[in-house]
Design a protein around this ligand. Structure first.
Ligand code: PLP
Length: 402
């Protein structure tokens, strides 16, 4: 098979062998329904509950506080829609606060709620993607019911100060939800230490299966389920359980947390090497994100005068998978909402590439990638009229100075 270098681990990760091994018996022979009272059901139920214990241990929660979901998008929808409808009917609170750089599963849900009459504050970020906590504090009103802020941004790797936010929320009597999808296995996640009320995660970002997630809900903070039907998950999420997904999630989170500190340190070295070489060897490049606080596996770099999509396609041809800061929608290349919220110059915003490292990434992969990036950028710039114009203007300026 063709050798590939996969640097898109923020989008998803491959299933690790230990997870495959753990789920195999549930695919092959253990096919009972966990709600059934017979032996086939009981066997499956025991494995399902063991997986719940693993998730709880990994984030320092109680097992009864973990609800299995189909993905993080469902978890985020459950908190924003389900929680809010319950809260609104009990207390009349109808205002939520979130940020301009959340994942679409939070942002679009908040916009949807806004259309139906919920008041939503989308907090802006500065040019490094950082939040202003004084602004957050002053946005809280009498009718604020919920604050939702992510822990690690999926495009820049920025780490948000969730512990401080939890403190502010608690002081004001507001509930706090964290989208921790990109944080699990990358930085420590301890719901008791943070002091949050809800936290979302998804298995496919840490070598589990796609279509399998979990939602932490602090005991006693429940409102309305998003999916109604049977009595599964203590009436909080109906539907026959995805046992295979949950067993895989349990194994994946166990290993991700166990290996977190060593693996993050390893990836930080590789990420720093990648950035150092690119910034030194490719002119007009810049790291997009918070210089003071980024998770170690993501690097978002802008390459002025070239389109991110063109870089992605050329690197893909060379055997390297990365992603862009642009989303290709209906034929238009729009810069991502995260990069736009950071008020990056539009020309630069179109030129950003996200490299996200993972378990398979080696030092050789990084050096090979840098070489291909150098070649790609120099080729693409040689066809770029914008770059030509820039060089010409610079030449004129230096001639003028002489
Ligand atoms: N939240 C963040 C920060 C993400 O990066 C993603 C996936 O890209 C999601 C939520 C959605 O996860 P899922 O694919 O499990 O719905």
């Amino acid at each position: 098979m063709e050798k590939r270098i996969y640097l898109d681990n923020s989008a998803t990760t491959p299933v690790r062998p230990e997870v495959l091994e753990a789920i195999y018996p549930f695919l092959k022979e253990l096919g009972g329904n966990p709600s059934s009272r017979h032996k086939e059901g009981r066997l499956v139920k025991a494995a399902f509950e063991k997986a719940r214990d693993s998730v709880a241990t990994a984030i320092n929660a109680e097992s009864k506080e973990v609800i299995f979901t189909s993905c993080a998008t469902e978890g985020n929808n459950t908190v924003l829609k389900g929680y809010l409808s319950g809260l609104r009917s009990r207390t009349g609170k109808n205002h939520i606060i979130t940020t301009a750089v959340e994942h679409p599963s939070v942002l679009s849900t908040a916009r949807e709620l806004e259309k139906k009459g919920t008041e939503v504050t989308f907090l802006p970020v500065d040019k490094f993607g950082r939040l202003n906590l004084d602004m957050l504090r002053s946005s809280i009103k009498e009718n604020t019911g919920l604050i939702s802020v992510m822990m690690v941004n999926n495009e820049t790797g920025n780490i948000y100060p969730v512990k401080e936010i939890a403190k502010i929320a608690a002081e004001k009597g507001v509930l706090f939800h964290i989208d921790a999808v990109q944080a699990i296995g990358k930085i420590p996640v301890d719901v008791k230490d943070i002091g949050c009320d809800f936290l979302t995660l998804t298995a496919h970002k840490f070598y589990g299966l796609k279509g399998s997630g979990a939602l932490y809900v602090k005991w006693g903070k429940w409102a309305s389920p998003l999916i109604t039907g049977g009595h599964q998950e203590r009436n909080r999420r109906a539907g026959t359980e995805n046992v295979v997904g949950a067993v895989g999630l349990g194994k994946a989170i166990e290993l991700a947390v166990k290996e977190q500190s060593e693996e993050s340190a390893r990836l930080k070295k590789l990420r720093d090497h990648l950035e150092k070489r690119i910034l030194e060897e490719v002119p007009y490049t810049r790291v997009v994100g918070d210089p003071g606080g980024r998770a170690s596996f993501i690097s978002n770099i802008s390459f002025r005068f070239v389109e991110g999509e063109a870089i992605l396609l050329k690197l893909d041809y060379d055997g390297i998978a990365v992603s862009t800061g642009s989303a290709c929608s209906s034929g238009n290349l729009e810069p991502s909402h995260v990069i736009s919220a950071m008020k990056v110059d539009p020309e630069e915003a179109h030129s950003s590439i996200r490299f996200s490292l993972g378990r398979s990434t080696t030092a050789e992969d990084i050096d090979y990638t840098v070489e291909r990036v150098k070649e790609t950028i120099s080729q693409l710039r040689s066809f770029s009229p914008v770059y030509d114009k820039f060089l010409l203007e610079n030449e004129k300026k230096s001639a003028w100075r002489v």
